[in-house]
Design a protein around this ligand. Structure first.
Ligand code: ADP
Ligand code: MG
Length: 256
């Protein structure tokens, strides 16, 4: 049975997409069967997995509107070693179209249930908002991975997300839990980052993942080659950190 995780944080540019594609590639590398679902109309996770968002016959949009199954719409990225249920601008329209339909927040959950045996992990890259798309992700998931930068306002921004997750947990999805906070783009030379990191650990304890993702330019360069850093430059420090994070996830899930 696939374990399903949302990579979510309502702030943009905090490293959600980078985390999603590199964790997917890292999990594939340690032998897991992975489906990456792009729920952001920007389609960055799709492009960053080597799938051209402009050339897709079917996308997550068709799945949400129930005109295609996940098995029909997902494509295998040969280079990355995982399946991709892609997104493009069409998905922005789903927000409005879903308003009219039944079970609108459970569409993704229902569709993913059909492929639960085909994967070990499903990773959902969420858009930077708490929209109907994100809600579909949260309703489908067993847990949320929250990438965050160790900056001054990081904790403050978490409150909204934590409250949303609590509401979804109470009303829509009893399975949902925060799996952990992932410190990303970390630079240990910056004293403030070290302080915020310590605060995070004091506040959230073992909800903070042990693995820390460093700021690493190779991770930022990889998307322009249509690859996760883990595939683009496996020897880069950032890539090695993501493979270590994949192993940490496999270990944690064993204990869930
Ligand atoms: P989000 O999906 O939350 O908007 P992204 O994953 O797209 O965030 O990251 C925002 C920007 O930061 C991108 O340009 C990405 O390449 C860069 N980035 C993300 N993680 C790192 C890192 N660990 N080191 C260097 N650059 C990073
Ligand atoms: Mg993104």
């Amino acid at each position: 049975m696939a374990k399903i995780f949302c990579i979510a944080n309502q702030k943009g540019g905090v490293g959600k997409t980078t985390t999603t594609v590199n964790l997917a590639a890292g999990l594939a590398e340690v032998g897991q069967r992975v489906l990456m679902v792009d729920l952001d109309p920007q389609g960055n996770a799709t492009m960053g997995s080597g799938v051209d968002k402009r050339q897709m016959a079917l996308s997550v949009y068709d799945v949400l509107l129930e005109s295609a199954s996940v098995a029909e719409a997902a494509v295998y990225s040969e280079k990355c070693g995982y399946h991709v249920l892609g997104a493009n601008r069409e998905l922005a329209g789903a927000e409005v179209e879903l308003v009219e339909v039944e079970r609108r927040e459970k569409r993704l959950k229902t569709s993913l249930a059909e492929v639960a045996d085909a994967y070990d992990f499903v990773l959902i890259d969420c858009p930077p908002s708490l929209s109907m798309l994100t809600l579909n992700g949260l309703c489908a998931a067993h847990g949320v991975i929250v990438p965050m930068q160790c900056e001054y306002f990081a904790l403050e921004g978490l409150t909204d997300l934590v409250n949303t997750i609590k509401q979804v947990h109470a009303n829509l999805n009893k399975d949902l839990a925060i799996i952990g906070l992932l410190r990303v783009m970390f630079d240990p030379r910056i004293t403030l980052q070290q302080q915020v990191s310590d605060q995070l650990k004091a506040h959230f304890g073992d909800k903070v993942f042990d693995t820390v993702i460093p700021r690493n330019v190779r991770l930022a360069e990889a998307p322009s080659y249509g690859l996760p850093g883990v595939v683009f430059d496996p020897s880069a420090r950032g890539s090695q950190a993501f493979v270590a994070f994949a192993q940490e996830m496999v270990d944690r899930i064993g204990k869930l």
